[in-house]
Design a protein around this ligand. Sequence first.
Ligand code: FAD
Length: 573
Amino acid sequence: MSQPRRILIVGGVAGGASAATRARRLNEHADIVIFEKDDYVSFANCGLPYHIGGEIKDRSKLLVATPQSLFARYRLDVRVRTEVLSIDRQNKTISVVNHNTKVESTERYDQLILAPGASPIVPDAHGIGSNNVLSLRNVADTDRIKKQVDAMSSQGAQGPPPQQAVVVGGGFIGLEMAEQLADRGLAVTLVERNPQVLPLMDFEMAAMLHEELQAHDVKLVFGDGLVGFETTPTDTSQSDSTETATAAVLASGQTLKADLFILGIGVRPNVALAQQAHLDLGATGGITVNEHLQTNDPNIYAVGDAVEYVYRPTETAMRIALAGPANRAGRIAGEHAASDAANIPMTAVLGTSVVRVFGLTAGLTGLSANTAKRFGVNVASVTIVANHHVGYYPGAKPITLKLTYDPDTQRVLGAQAIGAAGVDKRLDVIATLIQLGGTLEQLAGLDLCYAPPFGSAKDPIHMAAFTALNAVHGLAKFLDADADLSGMQILDVRTAAEIARGMLAGAIHIPVDDLRDQLDKLAPEKPTVVVCASGLRGYVASRVLMQNGFTDVADLSGGMMMRRRAKPNETLV
Ligand code: FAD
């Protein structure tokens, strides 16, 4: 029979609510209390942008559970508008304040679970407190932003010009907000300090999202950061703030006039309580936890955006502010806190993530070539373009899939994918393989489901693995999309119609089907790179060359499609 104990939980959303419900399922006799400083528990953070955009119409759908429903089913004592102020580890108590009554009290615990999440980074800049400069983290933020957007889009409907919005930050939340605001009819500008959105992705992959954003009239400003706002005084009878921002001021001096400004420039872990209680923090600023999510005090657990997990590709500690790890960690901590049985430990995480940007889905798992470089991990990568289901079945959409692997061990280390359909499925399969420490050969051998409406007998996943194995086995060599081709013999094997849109300077054009008859146009002793549209014909051509005395032949990974994205300013002839 489960033992009575008092489990207190700080934060009642992703990690906290998961911990509480798991704890109850394992221990019917525990006294479990959730303290949540805001008004709502267990709400759908990830759905917030879509309520602002109008895709999730009914606000109540965001409130997955309420204090009442959590009491009814789990007998959880949920105290909203109650903030935990400090922890006394010696006496195993916390002090809390009820924001309604302003009454402070002390609560005893046997186990304490910290799930305080993270807070949006808000730079200390002029005008940052303006009533139309907003971040998105919780339901109150959503209500605030939605109210303004509703007012703005109804004004836009009465006639041009549309109201303007600036979204600062090209991460997941920035992209989701840019999409949703544009869908509401606002004229959106996205500002990102890096030269691309989703900085964890490789540039040429992210470039596909740039094209999609621009195709939907989202203006992009890269390589420029926010330094402040131009403001005007506000009618304080209408608003708490004394100022309204009229323009974002960027580091370059450029100003972007707008009516609404959304900040999505990252989050900081909420570690004040942990610091006050002298719990260990790691190098990235998150709370240090073991595989059971215990801090250096075994009676205090921590989960979610506030902690550091083990990042599988480097086996180092890292903050991964995503809902999946927070929910899983909450469940594990709740289980460990509530029962004396050894539980399933937290596994290392990959940062598997996905975002929709208008008609495209983009996602990644594990290392990109970009992040590998940053961590000093030696990787090789290949890029393939393949349809999400067989081309002959109507509606096939290309997926661009970039696979990253260890060239020595052949272990798969990461994948990035972009396409209009089927992206999430490919990433999840590859993430599963990476999680299990799988190799290219194992990826190539996966027995995946297939019928024409769903995939191909050789899935894009297999194609990426085959391509990488060809490189590993010396059957092909692949150059990155941004490779320096100077001094190389460039062979373009596309059709005449395709090259009419431009070829790399100095390239020799021989369509792949004519290559065997025209080998005398090429110098076999010269380092040669073969170029086609997406890399597939280039590989076929490179096999012809390699078996006809050409000693140094490479295929340009992802072909001209990715080359143009990696090097958009390169002159074509
Ligand atoms: P939270 O879920 O944020 O919960 C922390 C709670 O603790 C908060 O409610 C806070 O008020 C409370 N709290 C803090 N301090 C105290 C205190 N001292 N006393 C009492 N209460 C306290 N992730 C994905 O994987 N996919 C997505 O599509 C996705 N979309 C997102 C969209 C948005 C707009 C946002 C904001 C996040 C999104 N995330 C997404 C991230 C995901 O929501 C978080 O990683 C996850 O919620 C973290 O869980 P958590 O329990 O650590 O923190």
